[in-house]
Design a protein around this ligand. Structure first.
Ligand code: SF4
Length: 642
């Protein structure tokens, strides 16, 4: 049986497991990327593994998220990342060089390779034919150290693009149509693979707009074949040698299929507050617009910007609209400056922002109260813009530019003939803001400002695990309860000791103090403990406080994986009623813990205070058992590398 494209790349990189959807596989990672918001922790974790040099083909650290330096914390983080990456063999893309996904596509992406990035929009690389996956910082650290990346073998959904787009209809409208069809949950556990005659007319940056927003489908990743269009793009980037042809076998099988007739599409918008709340612009009507923001890793390519400049040329931004434009990379900005397009934007009244994430990550440009903001970005969740009452519509750059001129939501086709913009034969190539790492063995001092604190590392599991039940919480405790994340705490992502002072404080303000006074112990939880985001800090902060195990009625999947990564034992009550047999302050002990965990899923926790044995389940794969015994993923990886 033939293989589809995703299966081909997975097979080529497979280290362990069966390629049957839903079973655990591990793959080799060729490239990694980090951004500054997740990067500090990833490099602290990499350092903790004790591996002197990254083992990937190429690893790049970007500074694009927190480029505002309102206090010393971000600047400290940037300095740390710059020096630690130089020491360990990672390229460093300086602030101002661009958004990680845009620059990765331009300068580093290679068809057929695997890319693991500590950012959810890493699948942008699928536009150039990479298997590009977003993951947690620790997974990326392990991959940099040469370790495999574990995931569930995905199903593969083929999206067939038929025909060609009509003028004024764009790649953004294609992915919005896919979101309208499949919803924000439709891609979970799947790779979205694009096929059909319609892909020939899409440039690499257009394909990348589509794969970028595959993250909004919840997909593992999205991918396009690597064809002549890909070759032309790489040639124009001076990287033709990186090109290889990639396509599915003629008789490839797919788990699902969706067909999209490109010539039937019209300009679309994702309405507040979800990327799949999609409607035609002309059906939404002429909403009065307050703000237009063009940029982000979804829509900030040279082609996007040139179309925007052509629409704005000789016109003026409507007096009621604030128009901000952030070209996605220094390469794009330079080319716009050289060919005069930047001057057209400025003359029209656009405000030009740094080539960075900027308003997409809430770094400035929060809309006014109740304002309507049109954005070319990928997410419009309530409050993400920085203003809870704002209504954000996700649109194409063409719709955004047209609306900036008219002051109302406008179908760009009303402007008449669509601008003709073609891909340059040669991009401006200047990688001087990408710093090469120091040669192996060079004496590089890693600069650690006061915001960079050592990262907590567990010890190998002891035979006797004991301590008090330090807190008892109810059902549906979220990672936000366990490790609150707010604007005040965000700059402290690389300071786990400080963050730990806030661990579980929404449930019990005294918990951190009690945990420290007792030298650690256990957490007792209800059902669905740890639901919510994939935040690693929700396991790191308890580890910092000495938590050895969590006994709950059930766990949210990702949080449980994060606990295991930290070497904290996740246990579920065999009999849920036993939840009532433990009170806060009870002394608990697991005798022969190593043997019990090695020998099976059912183990005994003694409640010494109440004189009662409580049976709990520890459902771990063989690999996870090894991780718990080693004291977490970092120690486990260290052992594997010895
Ligand atoms: Fe994330 Fe927005 Fe930056 Fe893209 S532009 S990486 S979505 S913050």
């Amino acid at each position: 049986m033939g293989l589809n494209l995703a299966q081909k790349i997975i097979k080529e990189h497979l280290i362990s497991g069966e390629m049957t959807p839903g079973s655990e596989i591990s793959i080799r990672i060729d490239q990694t990327l980090t951004q500054d918001s997740t990067g500090t922790m990833a490099y602290l974790q990499f350092e903790a593994m004790g591996i002197p040099r990254v083992k990937t083909k190429k690893s790049v650290a970007y500074i694009d998220h927190n480029t505002l330096q309102a206090g010393f914390e971000n600047a400290d983080d940037h300095k740390y990342i710059q020096t630690v990456t130089s020491k360990h063999g990672v390229y460093f893309s300086r602030p101002g060089n661009g958004i990680c996904h845009q620059v990765q596509l331009e300068r580093f992406g290679v068809p057929g390779m695997t890319l693991l990035g500590s950012d959810s929009h890493t699948p942008t690389g699928g536009g150039i034919g990479m298997l590009a996956i977003g993951a947690g910082g620790l997974d990326v650290a392990v991959a940099m150290g040469g370790g495999p990346y574990y995931m569930m073998m995905p199903k593969v959904c083929r999206v067939v693009l038929k025909g060609a787009l009509r003028p004024w209809v764009t790649a953004k409208d294609i992915i919005l149509e896919v979101l309208r069809n499949l919803s924000v949950k439709g891609g979970v556990g799947k790779v979205i693979e694009y096929a059909g005659d319609g892909i020939k007319s899409l440039t690499v940056p257009e394909r990348a707009t589509i794969t970028n927003m595959g993250a909004e489908l919840g997909a593992t990743t999205s991918i396009f074949p690597s064809d002549e269009v890909t070759r032309e793009f790489l040639k124009a980037q001076g990287r033709e040698n990186d090109w290889v042809e990639l396509k599915p076998d003629e008789d490839a099988q797919y788990d699902e299929e969706l067909v999209i007739e490109l010539d039937k599409l019209e300009p679309l918008a994702a309405q507040p507050h979800s990327p799949d709340n999609v409607a035609k612009i002309r059906d939404i009507g002429k909403l009065k617009v307050d703000q237009v923001a063009i940029g982000s890793c979804t829509n900030s390519s040279y082609m996007d910007m040139m179309k925007v400049a052509a629409i704005l040329k000789g016109k003026k931004v409507h007096p009621n609209v604030s128009l901000v434009i952030a070209p996605g990379s220094r390469q794009v900005l330079t080319m716009l400056a050289q060919n005069g397009a930047l001057a057209d934007m400025v003359a029209a009244g656009a405000r030009i922002l740094e080539s960075a994430c900027g308003p997409c990550i809430g770094m400035g440009q929060a809309p006014a109260t109740d304002a309507i903001s049109l954005r070319t970005f990928n997410r419009n969740f309530e409050g993400r813009s920085g203003t809870k009452s704002a209504k954000v519509y996700l649109v194409s750059p063409e719709t955004a530019a047209a609306s900036a001129i008219t002051g109302v939501l406008t179908d760009p086709s009303e402007l008449g003939e669509a601008p003709k913009v073609s891909m340059p034969e040669k991009f401006v190539i200047d990688d001087s803001m990408v710093l090469e790492p120091a040669p192996e063995g060079a004496d590089v001092e890693v600069v650690r400002g006061p915001n960079i604190k050592p990262f907590p590392i567990n010890k190998a599991l002891e035979d006797k695990v004991n301590g008090k039940a330090l807190i008892k919480v109810g059902d549906n405790i979220t990672t936000d309860h366990i490790m609150p994340s707010n604007a005040k705490l965000l700059p402290f992502r690389s300071n786990v000791p400080y963050l730990a002072e806030f661990c579980l404080t929404p449930c019990d303000a005294d918990f951190p103090k009690r945990a420290k006074e007792n030298g650690g112990g256990f957490i007792v939880g209800g059902s669905n403990y740890g639901q919510g985001s994939s935040r690693e800090h929700a396991a790191l902060a308890p580890l910092q406080l000495g938590i050895k195990g969590v006994i709950a009625k059930s766990f949210a999947r990702i949080h449980m994986a994060n606990l295991i990564n930290s070497g904290i034992i996740p246990m579920t009550f065999e009999n849920e009623a036993d939840y009532d047999e433990i009170d806060m302050g009870d002394e608990l002990v697991i005798e022969n813990a190593r043997d019990q965990i090695k020998n099976g899923s059912s183990i005994v926790v003694k409640n010494v205070t109440k004189g009662k044995d409580i049976k709990v389940n520890v459902s771990l794969s063989e690999r996870q058992v090894e991780m718990i015994l080693a004291g977490g993923l970092l120690n486990y990886t260290r052992q594997q590398n010895q």
